[in-house]
Design a binder for this molecule. Structure first.
Ligand code: HEM
Length: 509
């Protein structure tokens, strides 16, 4: 073999190894681990294509010259495009659009913070090939959302297609203006305080069961199944006015859990989503038809009272079901981080216990009792991570040109670690909210514009009840720690590692 041919084979090998390295990055590996049949099919397809290519290269050596040239060109293009200064001539912000960096961002909790430290608070990156404008700083992000409202739309996730006008949070502004006030009013009419005794009783019963199990499990126990169940059952009560021991609550819980909102397609996915959503909206209609009492007021009842045509509006009912799915997932995530933060910060457990229980629906946007301050601080450090929008018209922002087709990510969690607003920002300190109400430009766990979270009070309410019930009668400590984990997409949330376990000990009475 001549030196040129050897060089060409080496180039092809180098290109194939680079491709394989990308294909085996942790997010893809986790996707494939969840779908082993697809993994085997892709591996076989890769082997067949590789063997065919080698056969063709040997049989027709000129194809090897072409393939090697293409590998060199592709490599050079990717390197050139991945340079942080790429796009400067068009006024684009700094930051790498490289594929490797993009995939690394999924598993690097500090990726956006570190990029901002390197390139400044406005930088670019890429998510699965699409350029993303990243902005750190809530005042900056808020100004951007206001100034360029017409150039931005909701960055809808694939499940959005299952509701006729889409999901409220992704609706174009005309539809949002028509639908949002109805939902906002129904949320505000939903009774929270009246459900408090039942919610607290269910929480106590669940914690009691966990403490009993904990006593016999030296390796600790997983608190998450209880938190998910409590979140789904509690929210189902508020949304539909049915108790956890009602068969229809169990059925709704099943249907909601079946909604695979983290997936973006695949064989059978649409059919399964359609089936579960149709069954869930039928259940809503049955419930609305049979409901005799509206007390305590629930979300479905409030919606139907204000707009009786809701029962014929499949898209609106599907919104309700999807709020239940997404809301219970986000709520369970928040409760898990609360348990995690309290385990890591034992003195705050004692402080909550000393402060005693409170009662009633949350008052104001940042209630000041200690239980809620623990929730506010946990949201600051953990569950609140980002806002996404789609750029539909080009615009210029802080001197940078942003083309249509890009995505906007406002980096909420990184903004919540600004030492100018939160001194010693990595320390868990619920008292930083004492005697201080922060503006949306400083603290924005629930959104920055007209698409703000309608479940914020519910999150504060459930969070406070959990914190108080936990700390009042128990202490919680980590038995086996595990580094935080992330899903396989940039828009998934961070959560405590799967192997994290706790011990729950009853406080002496
Ligand atoms: C009780 C559970 C929850 C319910 C029922 C709920 C409900 C909603 C609804 C209906 C919207 C859309 C508002 C609109 O388009 O006008 C929304 C948006 C939002 N929610 Fe929630 N949510 C819940 C939990 C959470 C949690 C735990 C977080 C944060 C940690 C959160 C953060 C947000 C944010 C940031 C938005 C705005 C999204 C955007 O602007 O793109 N939500 N929520």
């Amino acid at each position: 073999m001549g030196p040129l041919l050897a060089l060409e084979w080496a180039t092809i090998g180098f290109g194939a190894a680079g491709g394989l390295r990308l294909a085996l990055k942790p997010p893809f590996r986790r996707d494939l681990a969840a779908l082993p049949a697809l993994g085997v099919a892709l591996a076989l397809a890769g082997l067949v294509v590789g063997a065919l290519a080698v056969t063709v290269f040997v049989w027709q050596p000129w194809t090897l010259h072409v393939a090697a040239a293409l590998v060199i060109l592709a490599g050079a293009f990717l390197w050139w495009r991945g340079r942080p200064s790429y796009g400067r001539v068009w006024g684009w912000p700094p930051g790498s659009l490289g594929i490797g960096a993009s995939l690394d961002a999924i598993d690097d909790k500090w990726f956006y913070r570190d990029q901002a430290a390197q390139f400044g608070p406005v930088f670019k990156m890429s998510q699965f090939g699409r350029p993303v404008l990243c902005v750190v700083g809530l005042a900056r992000g808020r100004a951007l959302l206001q100034e360029h409202r017409d150039a931005l739309e909701g960055a809808a996730l694939p499940y959005n297609r299952f509701a006729s006008k889409g999901l409220l949070r992704y609706m174009p502004s005309a539809d949002h203006q028509a639908e949002a006030p109805l939902f906002r009013r129904a949320f505000s009419e939903t009774a929270l305080a009246e459900r408090e005794p039942a919610l607290r009783a269910a929480c106590r019963a669940g914690l009691d069961g966990l403490a009993q199990r904990s006593a016999t499990h030296r390796d600790g126990i997983d608190i998450r199944p209880f938190l998910s169940q409590w979140a789904v059952e509690g929210l189902t009560g508020m949304f539909l006015g049915i108790d956890a021991d009602d068969e229809r609550s169990r059925r709704m819980g099943q249907l909601v859990q079946q909604l695979e909102v983290d997936r973006s397609g695949g064989l059978g996915w649409s059919a399964r989503m359609e089936r579960s959503l149709s069954a869930a909206t039928q259940l809503l209609r049955d419930l609305a038809a049979r409901e005799s009492s509206q007390e305590p007021a629930h979300l479905l009842g409030a919606l139907v009272r204000a707009a009786p045509e809701t029962l014929q509006d499949e898209g609106r009912l599907r919104n309700l079901v999807l709020f239940l799915r997404l809301g219970s997932g986000d709520l369970a995530g928040t409760l898990t981080w609360l348990a995690y933060q309290l385990s890591a910060n034992a003195p705050w457990q004692d402080a909550v216990q000393r402060a005693g229980r409170t009662a009633g629906a949350p008052q104001g946007v940042q209630p000041s009792d200690l239980g809620t301050r623990v929730v506010l601080e946990t949201l600051r450090l953990e569950q609140s991570e980002y806002l996404y929008r789609r750029v539909v018209k080009p615009f210029t922002y802080e001197g940078f040109h942003v083309p249509a087709g890009w995505i906007l990510r406002i980096c909420v969690q990184e903004s919540h670690r600004d030492p100018g607003i939160f001194p010693d920002p990595s320390t868990f300190n619920p008292d930083r909210f004492l005697g201080r109400t922060l503006s949306k430009s400083e603290y924005a766990t629930f959104g920055l514009d007209g698409h703000g979270c309608m479940g914020a009070s519910m999150v504060h309410f459930f969070g406070r009840i959990f914190v108080e019930e936990l700390c009042h009668a128990y202490t919680i400590r980590t038995v086996r720690d595990a580094p935080p984990e992330h899903g396989t997409r940039h828009r998934h949330h961070w959560r405590p590692g799967r192997r994290w376990t706790v011990a729950l000990d009853r406080r002496p009475t």
